[in-house]
Design a protein. Structure first.
Length: 373
């Protein structure tokens, strides 16, 4: 699996880097740096939103920030940007609404570099995050020495003791950590360790499968006083809007920006989608074509009619079969944030409704009739 390979290679690289520059020397380089920019404060602030009349407004707006990622390649997708200029890319991000910049520094699988991080830090005024597979405190000091304001910590490759220790070391360096989780168990571990910024990555780093419903599943696991960042599978305004309804503070986006022919336009589209308050439900869907079309059109919710007299009625068993083949199912390579499923019932008993909820996997129930409380 890629994750084990990456961690193994990271440990080998660390041995060589420690020979070239000892831990004590790296600590001195880290301490010599100017104070880091505050990522937590940046993501907690109310983002200034352009209004239709050309002014700005910070009131009554869902404030979802964008962490734009400088990313040349990935193990699952290969080379993303053949003509890669990390500094030019970072400048575009900073000029067009990014609140922070994430920089891949892993050299073998992502073709990243600490040199990229330093060069970017020198030309932007927003926080810069080192995104790498950090397993040793040496890498924390190294990140600070090269100019990082914050670092990524991945729960999947750290035990509880390691996670707490690395958070403590980063805190001593006045750096914040984006602690990445992929499950409810990891989310609870991150919270218990004291993580203030929690990233929910919908892509499993071992299987690379996408779980488009993960943010919804973890929504109530993470306390309201933590900053939540949505990661992976954010390619369109519709994707951003669906994730934003779970009270995320920010979205981390790399691939769809790096590959875009119009990066400023793509950034604008994502930010507008994430900060749009209206939600859309398309109801009465009966075929796979309907489900796919509504999903691709950007629907936030898909309505399924479980009222037999309606000409739009669909059998629960049929829905289950359709969902297994629909493009928003959780399958390898699926990159789309999924809409929620809403079951529409009329005068049905609670036992029947609960049975359909379990059978189909409904997220919401819509009642039309005289159902008891």
């Amino acid at each position: 699996m890629f994750l084990n390979q990456i961690v193994t290679q990271t440990l080998k690289d660390l041995e060589q880097r420690k020979k070239a520059c000892s831990s004590s020397e790296m600590m001195l380089h880290a301490v010599a740096q100017p104070p880091p920019r505050d990522l937590l404060e940046a993501l907690s602030a109310r983002r200034v939103v352009d209004t239709a009349i050309g002014g700005t407004d910070t009131s009554n707006q869902p404030q979802v920030h964008l962490i734009a990622e400088v990313k040349r390649a990935s193990p699952s997708k290969g080379l993303l940007a053949p003509h890669f200029d990390p500094v030019a890319l970072a400048r575009i991000y900073a000029m067009h609404g990014a609140t922070a910049i994430s920089v891949l520094t892993e050299p073998h699988f992502f073709l990243g570099s600490l040199q990229h991080l330093r060069a970017i830090k020198e030309v932007v005024s927003i926080p810069v995050l080192r995104k790498d597979f950090i397993v040793d405190e040496y890498q924390v000091y190294e990140a600070r020495a090269w100019g990082a304001d914050a670092i990524l910590l991945i729960c999947a490759i750290l035990n509880n003791e390691q996670l707490k220790h690395l958070l403590h070391v980063a805190h001593d360096q006045r750096m914040h950590c984006l602690v990445e989780v992929h499950s409810a168990e990891e989310a609870r571990r991150a919270v218990a360790a004291g993580a203030q910024i929690i990233g929910v990555n919908s892509r499993d780093l071992v299987t690379f499968r996408m779980n488009p419903y993960l943010m919804r599943e973890l929504h109530y696991t993470i306390p309201a006083d933590r900053v939540v960042v949505a990661e992976s599978g954010i390619h369109s305004a519709a994707d951003a809007r669906r994730l934003a309804r779970y009270d995320v503070h920010a979205m981390l986006v790399g691939e769809s920006l790096v590959k875009s022919q119009d990066i400023p336009g793509q950034m604008r589209s994502l930010l507008e989608g994430a900060n749009q308050s209206a939600q859309v439900k398309i109801c009465g869907l009966r075929t796979q074509v309907h489900l796919n079309a509504a999903t691709e059109a950007g629907a936030d919710m898909l309505g399924l009619m479980f009222y037999e007299p309606s000409h739009r009625y669909i059998e629960p068993a049929q829905v289950k079969m359709l969902l297994e083949d629909t493009r928003f199912s959780s399958s390898p390579g699926d990159e789309q944030a999924a809409p929620d499923l809403v079951g529409v019932f009329v005068n049905k008993e609670a036992d029947f409704i609960n049975e359909v909820v379990e059978q189909v996997g409904l997220h919401f129930v819509q009642l039309h009739g005289n159902e008891p409380p």
